[in-house]
Write a protein that binds this ligand. Structure first.
Ligand code: ADP
Ligand code: MG
Length: 653
């Protein structure tokens, strides 16, 4: 610490550090000793005193002496000499008087018997010391300037490694283990009116240790203000008087030299700083580059890993795809085979269907002829019924070719092409929405007219599968015309029972291959049944069973018997039924109980064979014969109806 630093330090009274600190080795550890030389010149209290910096420390005359106290060196009058940590002593051979340790406050005593090297004239001072944080106060001193000397010793219990030990910021050092005293002498203190000198020793890190304190009265303070100055000769130690002008020159030269040196060093420092800066910059750049490269490398590594992952995943995917491809290949190959098989079947079906369609188209003119003929008859009604598409038809994608737009007016349109339509006229058209009840509602007046003595005949005509049997017979849940007719007849008979007596009997027969079969006959007769014309002009079949029925329950039984007999001798009932005409004949005899008038009339309910034509090439053997007979019978029927309609003189019954 130089004076400038010290001044700066003193200008800041807030600072914690004392104005003087000595650092010295102690017990191989570094201890800090703070010495506070207070000079309480005014009536300040304790607290203020402590923060008051001692200007004595600025005294450049204070110096270090690396040996013990020597009487010869001390020319000043000794005011008091304190043997710190020890007792009062009077030197017998001199007037030197050492005071006991009575002025302290705080700290502890430490004593040693170790020999002290270069202990000077009074080695015993160094055998004892005050240690710790403590202070000394010396009162009642006459005002004036004093010097204070502090005596320390590096004694044996400082167990550090041998060598130099730095004791303070002031380049104070001692040799460890040398057991040598150390003096800080000439600390200048100015005592004011209060006559007080206060010293404060304060440990900063460790404990201060002081062996003696000497207060001297100044006598010859060197005068430095004069115009004359002295230089000491290095050889003879003679003091040479130098004028202030000479001194100034010397100083200027020295200053110049040092300024030059400072200039040089500054330049060098700048150069080095610049170099350092350059080096630092290039290092920074290199670091940046390195960082960049490292980042790139990291990225590359990451990318490589990602790629590895992706490749792995893709390989896995490819494997999966390959295996699923194999699987689907097999699956599709089987499906293709299956489809080819189906196509083959469908082609065959298509060929068959086109034949049938062809035949159907051919039959249209005939139907038309019949319709026209029948319509010409006043008491004949012609109804047309279209059944709904079956589930199979819907599932195979079939669509209606019938246009019901004008169904209410009895018109039905058959779509023969994309835009062409052929229209037929009927007494009534039943759409797929109309049910058995709707159909029977129109048949009702016809069938009941049999009670009034009329002969009535209802045919169901159409291709196989168009709903003839459904319409005539129906099902258990959906009774057809046959059942409903008889049911109604019994109802009316009951209603009219007071005025009329009715006798109802039924026959059920089948015409197959021009042969008549009595379906109610219990024993199959070998006798061929034939239609005969009676003298009265009636047509009848001699030998046929006419079952008398009293109520609807009996009718049902009879119808069941007929239906069962039909099945006998045929492998496939439906197929057989479609190739035969089934006829239910209801014979009604009535007697008016009032007038005694009798009527005898018949009601025929006929389920004709399928009107479809089989392509000549397709039908062979039995089938061909069947087809020929069906066609013959149907066209015969057509001829009869036509003859009736045109009121021909001959009716080809
Ligand atoms: P056909 O006697 O003319 O050969 P079917 O009466 O046997 O024809 O009818 C063929 C199929 O169509 C049968 O299964 C029948 O139940 C059904 N069917 C016919 N007409 C209808 C209808 N109006 N409503 C519901 N199903 C019907
Ligand atoms: Mg049928």
């Amino acid at each position: 610490m130089d004076n400038a630093q010290l001044n700066a330090f003193l200008q800041n009274p807030e600072t914690h550090f004392p104005d003087f600190s000595i650092t010295r080795g102690f017990d191989s550890e570094k201890c800090d000793l703070a010495l506070n030389l207070d000079n309480p010149t005014s009536a300040m209290d304790e607290g203020e005193e402590e923060s008051f910096a001692d200007l004595m420390l600025c005294d450049s005359n204070s110096r270090l002496i690396p040996s013990g106290f020597s009487k010869s060196n001390c020319t000043d009058e000794i005011v008091m000499f304190i043997n710190a940590g020890g007792e009062a002593l009077n030197e017998t051979d001199s007037s030197m008087k050492f005071l006991g340790d009575n002025y302290f406050e705080g700290g502890n005593v430490m004593q040693t018997n170790e020999p002290i090297n270069e202990a000077g004239d009074c080695p015993f001072i160094y055998w004892s010391a005050r240690i710790g944080s403590f202070s000394y106060r010396f009162n009642n001193l006459p005002p004036g300037d004093y010097f204070v000397d502090l005596h320390f010793a590096e004694i044996i219990n400082t167990n550090g490694p041998k060598g130099m030990r730095v004791l303070s910021d002031f380049d104070i050092f001692s040799v460890v283990g040398a057991n040598k005293p150390l003096q800080v002498v000439g600390l200048r203190v100015s005592v004011k009116e209060d006559g007080l000198i206060a010293l404060r020793f304060e440990g900063v890190i460790g404990s201060p240790m002081v062996c003696g304190i000497c207060v001297r009265k100044t006598q010859n303070i060197p005068v430095t203000q004069g115009s004359q100055e002295y230089l000491k000769c290095n050889n003879c130690a003679a003091e040479i008087e130098v004028s202030s002008a000479q001194m100034k020159l010397v100083r200027t030269k020295v200053t110049d030299k040092y300024e030059k040196k400072i200039q040089e060093l500054t330049t060098q420092c700048q150069l080095k700083t610049h170099e350092c800066h350059e080096a630092w910059m290039s290092l920074t750049a290199a670091n940046e580059q390195l960082e960049k490269v490292r980042m790139e490398l990291d990225n590359k590594i990451f990318l490589t890993r990602t790629l590895d992952d992706t490749v792995g995943k893709q390989a896995e995917n490819l494997k999966n795809i390959t295996s699923s491809y194999e699987h689907y290949k097999k699956y599709w190959a089987a499906a293709v085979n299956n489809l080819q098989e189906k196509i083959k079947i469908m082609k065959n079906e298509h060929a068959q269907l086109s034949h049938e369609a062809h035949a159907c188209a051919e039959s249209i003119p005939e139907l038309n002829k019949m319709v026209i003929g029948v319509q010409a008859l006043g008491n004949i009604r012609v109804f047309c019924r279209c059944r709904p598409l079956s589930k199979e038809e819907i599932s195979t994608g079939s669509a209606q070719v019938v246009d019901f737009d004008a169904a209410k007016d009895g018109d039905i349109g058959i779509l023969t092409g994309a835009s062409t339509k052929k229209t037929f006229k009927f007494d009534r058209v039943y759409t797929p929405k109309d049910n058995q009840v709707d159909v029977f509602a129109d048949a009702l007046p016809l069938v009941t007219s049999v009670f009034d003595g009329y002969n009535v005949c209802i045919f169901a005509y159409g291709q196989t599968g168009t709903g003839k049997t459904f319409t005539m017979e129906g099902t258990d849940q959906n009774r057809g015309v046959n059942y409903r007719t008889l049911e109604q007849l019994f109802l009316i008979a009951k209603e009219r029972s007071e005025t009329f007596m009715y006798n109802i009997s039924v026959s059920v027969l089948e015409v197959y291959n021009e042969q008549i079969r009595d379906l109610l006959s219990t024993s199959p007769t070998s006798k061929r049944l034939e239609i005969k014309q009676s003298a009265e002009g009636f047509h009848h079949v001699p030998g046929i069973v006419e079952a008398q029925v009293e109520n609807i329950k009996e009718v049902w039984n009879v119808l069941q018997i007929g239906s069962n007999s039909r099945a006998v001798g045929s492998n496939n009932v439906n197929e057989h039924s479609s190739r035969s005409h089934c006829m239910l004949c209801i014979m009604v005899k009535s007697k008016n109980l009032m007038t005694g008038e009798c009527t005898n009339s018949k009601l025929w309910l006929v389920d004709l064979a399928g009107s479809e034509r089989l392509a000549k090439t397709d039908a062979q053997g039995e089938r061909l014969k069947e087809a020929q007979n069906i066609n013959k019978s149907l066209s015969a029927l057509g001829d009869v109806v036509y003859a009736l309609a045109t009121k021909s003189s001959h009716i080809p019954y």
